[in-house]
Design a binder for this molecule. Sequence first.
Ligand code: PEP
Ligand code: MN
Length: 337
Amino acid sequence: MIIVLKPGSTQSDIDYISEKLHEKGLKVHISQGEERTIIGAIGDERILREAALAAYPAVEKVLPILKPFKLASRDFHKEDTRVTVGKAVIGSDDVCVIAGPCSVETREGLLEVARSVKKSGAKLLRGGAFKPRSSPYSFQGLGEEGLKYLAEARDETGLGIVTELMDPRDAELVDRYADLIQIGARNMSNFNLLKEVGKLKKPVLLKRGLSSTVKEWLMSAEYILDEGNMNVVLCERGVRTFETDTRNTLDLSSVPLVQTMSHLPIIVDPSHAVGRADLVAPMCMAAVAAGTDGLIIEVHENPEDALCDGPQSLRLDDFSSLMKSLRNLARALGREL
Ligand code: PEP
Ligand code: MN
């Protein structure tokens, strides 16, 4: 249920109504928009009806949210949410580019990539220290050692760090190093993990599940929001289809679709969507044309030797030329990059 307050309502109106809702055992979330304050009340709808909220003078209207995701929906929060990560903002007019290797492999390799992508204009550095590999025999990541290299790269370049958390038991550790905590596609429906990152203050990058609908994805975001962490960025990374010449099928329609359904920013990961380096650039261009808030792109100093996802990783110089094309496209669309 959302309670829309009249324009000009005061903090004491908000406090009064919130107090009444708390008394009834309901969870209260406040969305302070430019024109209106909306109070989201989550809980048993029957109790809400009994509360006769429409009778309060400051209340303009009381509306049920019929969708299974509520705090993630545009009904609750009309304006686009902007998520600040380090010095970058995701969800603004600028296209935010995140780049880096699939996994952190060596200190020198990571620093080389970090310096280069920074020079090309990337705003954040990605790199996995805990890797969700399909085979238990594949490289699993360096763990905390990888996080330390990421922190060193941040100290040197100023780029904020994006890295994946796979296990609630590592939440405190990853939180200590990351600026944006990635929840990978395979864990989109790991609800205990979602609740855990919901309790943290750190922004979360929530990837779309391998075979998940947009609605399911937004319900997963809701788990994080419901715990009080409103800094969620969605990431489209392709879904499983019958196609085998690409790794997944990039569902670019999810970008404008999510923007109608939700206020949360959405970025695109063309690397995992297509799985081959030669298709990454055109899909980056298409994603910007579709209105994405950002891109996350795998870049490696020597893709042939990468321990993970080499075939889809861009070389440093190819990433640099791609950034030039993206910048031109963004400007033609009235945006910056
Ligand atoms: C990754 O970003 O390295 C990754 C494993 O992505 P996904 O969870 O989308 O497969
Ligand atoms: Mn990868």
